[in-house]
Design a protein around this ligand. Structure first.
Ligand SMILES: Cc1cc2nc3c(=O)[nH]c(=O)nc-3n(C[C@H](O)[C@H](O)[C@H](O)COP(=O)(O)OP(=O)(O)OC[C@H]3O[C@@H](n4cnc5c(N)ncnc54)[C@H](O)[C@@H]3O)c2cc1C
Length: 308
C-alpha cells in the first residue's frame, strides 16, 4: 500500500512537471554535460525555467511531492556524484534578462560573466574586469562571492533580489545587509534571482586593455583542461596551491584525473575520470596537507549528490 501511494505520488509529480514545463526540461540526463568537470551521473529532471514565477512553481511542486531540488548555473564550480542526484536540478541558464541605466546594470542570475563583460564594454562601464576568464554565471558568482584573491564580485553590487524557498517570497536585500566574505556569502538555500551592479564610466579601449591584462595573467597561471577552478579555499595566510605543491603532490594521478603541474590547487579530468576519482584525489590532498602542516583545507567547489 505504502509503495503504491509512493508510486502514485511520483506519477502525479512527473505529470505536473512534464505538462507545465513541456520543452523546458531534460529527463534522466547525465549532468556531466552541464559541468566543466565533465563527470557525474544522471539527474531525474534538469529544468530550464525562463521566469522567476516558473522557478517558484517548480519549488512549490517539489515541496508538495517531497522531492529534493538544487540550483545550477554554468556548473563550473561543482563536482557531481557518479550516482547523480535523485531530484530536480533547476538551471538558471535561460534567465538572462538585463537592463542598463547610466552606470548601473541590473541582470538576472543566468547571465554569464563573459556576457556581462561584453555589456560593460558596449556601455562604457568599468569595474568588473577582474572577473575576466571566470567561466560561470552571475548567480553562481554571487553564491560563492567569486573573484580574485583580494577582489570579489560582492564589492560591485548594490542589492540582490532572491527567492526565499521557505515561503516563496521574493526579497530584496541591500549589499550592506548580506554577509559576504572570501568565497562565501550568506546565501544558503535561496534562489539568487537578480543583482544590481554599480559601475563607473570609462573609455572602451581602457576597459578592453584591462580585460586583456587579466586574461594574460590567468593564462599564465591557470591550467587548460576539464576542471572546476580552484578546489580548495586559501587558508589565510597560506595559499592552498603552495601547500599542496610542498606535499609533493603536483602531477599525482588517480584514474583519469591528476593534480595540475601548473597550479596544484587544480584537479584536471583528462577526459574519462569518474567523480569518485576526483573525490579520492581531494581526500589524498586533505590528508597530506593535514599531516604535513596541520591545516584542514576547506572545499571551494560545491558537491552535488552522495560521495560516501
Ligand atoms: C577554469 C576555471 C577557472 C575559475 N576561476 C575562478 C576564479 O578565478 N575565481 C572564482 O571565484 N571562481 C573561479 N572559478 C569557479 C567558478 O567559475 C565560479 O565560482 C563561478 O562564479 C561559478 O558560477 P556557475 O554558474 O558555474 O556556478 P555553478 O557551478 O553552477 O554553481 C555553484 C554554486 O552556486 C549555486 N548556484 C548557482 N546559481 C545559483 C542561483 N541562481 N541561486 C542560488 N544558488 C546558485 C549552485 O547551487 C552551487 O552551489 C573557476 C572555474 C573554472 C572552471
Amino acid at each position: 500500500m505504502v509503495y503504491f501511494l509512493k508510486m502514485q505520488n511520483t506519477n502525479f509529480f512527473e505529470s505536473f512537471i512534464e505538462n507545465l514545463f513541456n520543452g523546458k526540461f531534460l529527463k534522466n540526463f547525465f549532468l556531466s554535460q552541464y559541468t566543466s568537470f565533465r563527470c557525474g551521473g544522471k539527474v531525474k529532471y534538469l529544468i530550464f525555467p525562463e521566469t522567476i514565477d516558473e522557478v517558484k512553481k517548480i519549488i512549490e511542486i517539489s515541496k508538495k511531492y517531497k522531492k529534493d531540488f538544487i540550483f545550477l548555473g554554468k556548473g563550473t564550480n561543482v563536482l557531481v556524484s557518479d550516482n547523480g542526484f535523485d531530484g530536480i536540478v533547476i538551471s538558471s541558464l535561460k534567465m538572462k534578462k538585463k537592463t542598463i541605466e547610466e552606470n548601473k546594470i541590473v541582470c538576472e542570475c543566468g547571465l554569464e560573466i563573459s556576457e556581462i563583460l561584453n555589456i560593460c564594454i558596449k556601455n562604457f562601464l568599468t569595474g568588473l574586469e577582474f572577473l575576466s576568464g571566470i567561466p560561470g554565471t552571475i548567480g553562481g558568482a554571487i553564491k560563492n562571492n567569486a573573484g580574485l584573491k583580494t577582489k570579489w564580485i560582492s564589492e560591485k553590487i548594490t542589492y540582490v533580489e532572491y527567492l526565499d524557498v521557505e515561503n516563496l517570497e521574493i526579497i530584496k536585500k541591500e549589499r550592506k545587509d548580506i554577509y559576504f566574505d572570501y568565497r562565501r556569502s550568506g546565501f544558503k538555500n535561496e534562489f539568487i534571482w537578480k543583482v544590481e551592479f554599480l559601475l563607473e564610466m570609462e573609455k572602451q579601449e581602457v576597459i578592453k586593455k584591462r580585460i586583456r591584462e587579466y586574461m594574460k595573467e590567468r593564462i599564465k597561471k591557470q591550467p587548460i583542461g576539464y576542471s572546476a577552478g580552484c578546489i580548495f579555499k586559501n587558508p589565510y595566510p597560506y595559499y592552498a596551491g603552495e601547500l599542496i605543491e610542498k606535499c609533493g603532490l603536483k602531477g599525482y594521478k588517480i584514474g583519469d584525473c591528476h593534480i595540475s603541474e601548473k597550479h596544484a590547487n587544480f584537479i584536471i579530468n583528462n577526459g574519462k575520470a569518474k567523480s569518485k576519482d576526483i573525490y579520492s584525489l581531494i581526500e589524498v590532498i586533505r590528508e597530506k596537507v593535514k599531516e604535513k602542516f596541520n591545516i584542514d583545507l576547506e572545499l571551494e567547489i560545491n558537491l552535488i549528490g552522495d560521495f560516501q
